[in-house]
Design a protein around this ligand. Structure first.
Ligand code: GLN
Length: 456
């Protein structure tokens, strides 16, 4: 009840949610009954979870932030949601996002603009902006987001919460509306690293409904957490940290740069060795990502044809029905991505764009693998700046895309990364959080969580 009243009181200012469940209290009562009956409780019993609205929830609206799915209520739960419910978690509602995950500020939602709880005139980041602002403002305990190119990590950074992007394949994508299938992962937002570990454990593991989900064993991510009594004990002794040189270049806000360097010093105090590493292909990630993500999305979004899902426009013949439904249903950013992707995949341009971007992707994967042979963890800022003003970048898509420079490479390489608050940027009267990104080797989320837990 206290979470719900807080959620409702803040919602007019934040607009984190597109839908709030009307069964939260009855769901909670069921858990209460279990307690009376002395039944075993799952590790998420009674935990209120916000779910990004591109993740399907049975019987609740699931719009992906798009008008084309306005009113759509899937008859099934995404596997991640199903597992959360099985372990006692309660879905409190559906959080706002950039349409189908395409954006970095949540201003690209077809329905509403979400505000950053630290400064209501600023964006919460995106595309999982609603999930991040809801956790940041304690409208729910934890939330699910999705991360194709940074959509869990950058909003976590902007809203001062923990964001975890798992290894590609760690979490089933069944029930996640596909944006770019080779990059998409469901991730976790929370206020502590331990909570992110508990939530990740709940949603991870093989799923026969997603052929790309991994059969790897899922470790108990938080079992190796240890209490740290003092800095003198050097709890992270022997850990090799690589600070990615290219991420502290000119384009990065000076105060963000200082916060990351201070975080590196703190890791050093904890016993880590810090080495500057160079990833020369780093800046190629952005153009490669936008070509690949747009290409995959142009194919994935073909399913919204006004016949199989969502809203249907009026027309007197079939092609017209497709055209009118898509023209009315999709927003301008989505249309632009579909056009860019279709262009990059078309005969005559395929070799110059799509194929070349795939080659760049391989180079990036190799350079990360080499850097992670020499280092246990790589660190960088989660974004080149703190949260910016609502409206500041809406008319400049390239400026918006450039803000993804810190995160997209990690998706191209399929690696796990943890973002956690590490300082503040002072801008006028606003104190804005800065996130540190820790990148690990594939399926090494356990190490990221352990180090993150000691760091925080
Ligand atoms: N901002 C990036 C994009 O617009 C990443 C989005 C995401 O991770 N879903 O594609």
């Amino acid at each position: 009840e206290s979470y719900l009243s807080r959620l409702r009181a803040l919602e007019p200012h934040l607009k984190s949610f597109l839908y709030v469940s009307d069964t939260v209290l009855s769901d909670a009562r069921e858990i209460d009954d279990k307690i009376y009956r002395n039944e075993e409780l799952g590790p998420l019993a009674g935990v209120l979870v916000g779910v990004k609205d591109n993740i399907c929830t049975a019987g609740m609206p699931s719009t992906g932030g798009s008008r084309i799915l306005d009113g759509y209520r899937p008859p099934f739960d995404a596997t991640a949601v199903k597992r959360i419910k099985e372990l006692g978690g309660i879905v409190v509602g559906k959080t706002n996002l950039d349409e189908f995950g395409m954006g970095s500020s949540t201003e690209g939602s077809s329905f509403q603009v979400t505000a950053n709880p630290w400064d209501l005139s600023r964006v919460p980041g995106g595309s999982s902006g609603g999930s991040a602002s809801a956790v940041s403002a304690r409208q729910c305990v934890v939330s699910l987001g999705s991360d194709t190119g940074g959509s869990v990590r950058q909003p976590a950074s902007f809203c001062g919460v923990v964001g975890l992007k798992p290894t590609y394949g760690r979490v089933s994508r069944f029930g996640l509306m596909a944006y770019a299938s080779s990059l998409d992962v469901i991730g976790c937002l929370s206020t502590t690293v331990a909570d992110a570990g508990i939530l990740l454990h709940a949603i991870s593991g093989h799923d026969t409904l997603d052929a790309t989900s991994s059969k790897r064993e899922v470790p108990d991510f938080t079992s190796q957490f240890s209490a740290v009594d003092s800095l003198e004990s050097k709890p992270l002794k022997g850990l090799r940290i690589g600070l990615i040189r290219e991420t502290l270049d000119d384009g990065v806000d000076g105060q963000v740069n200082s916060a990351i360097r201070a975080a590196a010093s703190h890791l050093e105090e904890l016993g880590c060795s810090i080495n500057e590493v160079s990833l020369p292909s780093f800046s190629l990630g952005l153009p490669a990502y936008y070509i690949l993500a747009s290409s995959e999305s142009s194919s994935n979004l073909a399913r919204y044809d006004g016949v199989r899902y969502g809203n249907q426009a009026v027309a007197d013949e079939l092609i017209g029905l497709y055209e009118n439904s898509r023209a009315a249903g999709f927003g301008s950013e989505v249309k632009m991505r579909i056009l860019m992707g279709t262009y990059a995949l078309s005969a005559g341009y395929y070799d110059a764009y799509y194929k070349r971007a795939q080659q760049v992707r391989t180079i990036i994967q190799k350079s990360f693998r080499a850097a992670l042979d020499e280092n246990d963890i790589l660190i960088s800022p989660a974004a080149p700046s703190a949260a910016y003003k609502i409206g500041e970048k809406v008319d400049d898509p390239l400026a918006m895309y450039a803000g993804d420079i810190m995160t997209v490479n990690v998706n191209l390489a399929g690696l796990p990364a943890l973002v956690l608050p590490c300082g503040f940027v002072q801008d006028g009267s606003s104190n804005l959080p800065v996130g540190l990104q820790m990148i690990g080797a594939a399926f090494d989320e356990g190490k990221l969580l352990k180090v993150g837990h000691i760091f925080e």
